[in-house]
Ligand binder design. Structure first.
Ligand SMILES: Cc1cc2nc3c(=O)[nH]c(=O)nc-3n(C[C@H](O)[C@H](O)[C@H](O)COP(=O)(O)O)c2cc1C
Length: 170
């Protein structure tokens, strides 16, 4: 599968099979994150891989009671070790860098037949408590990972290019 097919195949998966994720697939997905670009190659990302069922259930509670989060066999907490460094453009590096890594991972997962869903609706302090994450670490997103129960349905509800692309000026 090439990257454009992975981009078209990836979708938010909110229903997972009770099937484990093979260790080698998980490693390949984490490796895709490790190889992502980052501002000044800072690589501030850190990933907590959660398989323990009781912790997954607690993470789902911390994620606005989105129960499907705990039903996936793996949940990845995407974190940043960061001094909140700003780029010259004024944007913070760490949320962008962690997001790029996580996007690489979601595309790698799609290529391997696995489903993911970005989770931004969560209580960061609660997640830190559940996973013993030190206070100074930021949790940028959660990402459940597992085999989709319905791999076929892909619908992309997106604005057309004509609405989002401008040429030579705004
Ligand atoms: C930063 C971010 C946070 C998100 N948070 C949640 C979330 O908390 N719960 C959820 O069900 N989906 C969440 N989503 C998934 C979006 O709803 C989804 O990506 C969007 O509707 C497009 O659908 P698709 O991913 O199937 O293409 C999030 C996506 C992003 C990028």
């Amino acid at each position: 599968m090439d990257v454009l097919i992975a981009i078209k195949t990836r979708k938010s998966v909110r229903k997972y099979l009770k099937r484990n994720v093979e260790e080698e697939k998980l490693t390949a997905i984490l490796e895709a994150g490790r190889l992502a670009p980052s501002a000044s190659n800072r690589q501030e990302w850190r990933f907590v891989v959660v398989r323990a069922p009781e912790k997954r259930v607690k993470l789902a509670e911390a994620a606005n009671q989105q129960t499907f989060v705990g039903e996936a066999p793996v949940v990845i907490a995407a974190c940043a070790v960061t001094d909140a460094h700003l780029m010259r453009c004024g944007q913070a590096c760490y949320p962008i860098d962690v997001a790029i890594a996580l996007d690489h991972m979601s595309l790698a997962a799609a290529e391997l037949g696995l489903g993911t869903c970005w989770i931004g609706a969560f209580d960061e302090d609660q997640v830190k408590k559940i996973l013993n994450i030190p206070q100074e670490i930021r949790v940028v997103a959660l990402m459940p990972l597992g085999y989709p129960s319905d791999p076929s349905v892909i619908s992309k509800n997106r604005l057309p290019l004509s609405e989002i692309v401008k040429h030579d000026h705004w």
